[in-house]
Structure formats: structure tokens, C-alpha cells
Design a protein around this ligand. Structure first.
Ligand code: GRF
Length: 196
């Protein structure tokens, strides 16, 4: 049984997509052992609790120094014998010590066609606003391995999403999010084939 940890910060719709795919058998021989949130108020935590998944908050409040937060994360991931870490709407930067400890076993989903509209400051709705401001005819979703950079690791999967005339940020964000939910399951299945 492959053990997943999902790192979250917000609504958790990508987390929910993984939960639903496991329960529907679209992802097999896999369980979510741990959810770590950087935000104590993240609705993603409620989603995990509803499915009786262990959740923990690692934030500045609970762990004032960066080293304490990094130690807490590595200890929790190690204690649960995590095989694959998924950043799903995780809005903090993963410390290099965590990347090194789990190199090749951390993936992230980003709501653009990397290398476009990614890196520091490009997250959430800011990505879609920049795509609209750039007059793009299409955008998309990227799932990639996490390295020490921001949105810079090797790409696993990408899928294009059309930008429609008159799109608002909200409309575009929803269309991209739907593709995220689908692509994340496809990417997890690809990665776990390599880990199994
Ligand atoms: C969304 O902007 C999504 O594009 C990105 O993280 C944000 C929140 O996702 N991956 P979620 O609903 O918390 O999974």
C-alpha cells in the first residue's frame, strides 16, 4: 500500500479530487496517511477529517522558527513512512531540507503551462489574472516534481485549457481547476507506477 502525504493551505479541492479518486478506484493500492496544512483555518483540514485522515497544522504559530517547522514536517513524514508527497494548493515554500530528504518523491500541481506564469508570486488567482492580462488564447495545468526552486522541477504532465473571450478570472480559474482535478489523478498514477 503506497502512503501519500498531501500538503495544503486552502480549500482543498485538489485534496478532495485525490480522496475521491482513491475511493472510486481510479488510484489503487494507495492511501492518504497524512494531511499537513500551513493554515489552521484551511477547509482542506475539514475535508480530511470527514474521511478520517490524520491532519496536522505546521505554521508559524505552532512552530515559530523555520527550523522547527522543517523538523516537524520531516519527523511527521518519516513517522508515517510516506512514499509520495503531493503539494495540492500548498501556499508555502517547501524548505530545501525537506526536498533533499524526499527528493524524487514530491510533486506539485500548478495552474499554468510551466514555464509560463510560474515562480515567485504566481499562485492562485494571480496566475489567471496574468494570463488574461497577457492576452493568452490558452493556459493550462502542470504537474511536476519539486526541487529546490519554485515551480522548476521536471514536468510530469501538462494539459492545455482554452481561454474564452470575455473570461473573468473566476471563470478561467474554475475551468483550470477542473482540469487540475483530473490531471492530478493521472499524474499520481504515472508516478506511483515508477515508485511501486
Ligand atoms: C488553486 O489556485 C489551484 O489552482 C492551486 O491551488 C489553489 C487552491 O487549490 N493548485 P485547492 O482547492 O486548495 O486544492
Amino acid at each position: 500500500m503506497l502512503k501519500l502525504a498531501v500538503l495544503v493551505s486552502g480549500g482543498g479541492t485538489n485534496l478532495q479530487a485525490i480522496i475521491d479518486s482513491i475511493e472510486a478506484g481510479r488510484i489503487q493500492q494507495t492511501e492518504i496517511r497524512l494531511i499537513i496544512s500551513s493554515n489552521p483555518r484551511a477547509y482542506a483540514i475539514e475535508r480530511g477529517k470527514k474521511h478520517k485522515i490524520k491532519t496536522m497544522v505546521i505554521d508559524k504559530e505552532g512552530f515559530p522558527s523555520e527550523d522547527e517547522r522543517t523538523d516537524a514536517m520531516i519527523n511527521a513524514l518519516t513517522a508515517e513512512e510516506i512514499d509520495l508527497i503531493i503539494l495540492a494548493g500548498y501556499m508555502s515554500i517547501l524548505q530545501p531540507r525537506v526536498v533533499r530528504a524526499f527528493r524524487g518523491r514530491i510533486i506539485n500541481i500548478h495552474p499554468s503551462l510551466i514555464p509560463k506564469y510560474c515562480g515567485a508570486g504566481f499562485y492562485g488567482k494571480r496566475v489567471h489574472q496574468a494570463v488574461l492580462d497577457g492576452g493568452e488564447g490558452e493556459t493550462g495545468v502542470t504537474v511536476h516534481y519539486v526541487d529546490e526552486g519554485v515551480d522548476t522541477g521536471p514536468v510530469i504532465l501538462q494539459e492545455k485549457v482554452p481561454v474564452m473571450a470575455g473570461d473573468s478570472v473566476e471563470l478561467l480559474a474554475d475551468r483550470v481547476l477542473n482540469t487540475e482535478h483530473k490531471l492530478l489523478t493521472e499524474a499520481i498514477n504515472l508516478v506511483i507506477k515508477g515508485l511501486a
